[in-house]
Design a protein around this ligand. Structure first.
Ligand SMILES: [Cu+2]
Length: 170
């Protein structure tokens, strides 16, 4: 009986940590109040917006646009530069995209000349919330030891805790 109670407490703690980890993901509304549209200031609009954000794997990008007015397509750098589109476009707005890889990520609108007019977004994704801006370099041990860890670290932590609990009680 006693050990069962303990086990419940430990499992509860692990679950709580896991929930906190999930909540540490950030939602980025692309363009802020401008949303995902043809910006009046041209391509600089999204360059400026992105420079004020810190993107980490597991974060969400929300592209706010009216269905049929715009769309979203993730593209390689060459397509971003030339505004050429191939691949499966997200046509329904608002679109919620989970960032799942580090480094440079590129998104454009494929409708009309919207991309040429500046409706294009380039972001740099870091592995950890504490990495210094701009550099998607390998994480140092200290980057995982903060209170807003990445999802990978969280998953590892939870698995580790669970196996520890199993080891203690079984
Ligand atoms: Cu558009």
């Amino acid at each position: 009986m006693e050990s069962q109670k303990k086990m419940m407490v430990v499992f509860g703690l692990v679950a709580a940590v896991f929930l906190q980890c999930v909540a540490a993901q950030t939602t980025h509304v692309v363009g802020g109040s401008v949303g995902w549209t043809i910006p009046q200031t041209g391509a600089q609009e999204y360059v400026t917006w992105a420079s004020g954000q810190k993107f980490v794997v597991g974060d969400f990008l929300i592209f706010n646009f009216t269905t049929n007015s715009h769309d979203v397509l993730e593209v390689p750098k060459a397509s971003f530069d030339s505004c050429s589109s191939t691949g499966s476009t997200i046509k329904t707005g608002p679109a919620n995209i989970t960032i799942n890889s580090t480094g440079e990520q590129y998104y454009i609108c494929t409708i009309g000349n919207h991309c040429q007019s500046g409706q294009k977004l380039a972001i740099t994704v870091l592995t950890s919330a504490t990495s210094p801006g701009g550099s998607p370099s390998a994480p140092s041990p200290s980057t995982t030891a903060n209170n807003t860890p990445g999802v990978t670290f969280c998953a590892g932590f939870v698995l580790c805790s669970l196996s520890l609990v199993m080891g203690l009680f079984f």
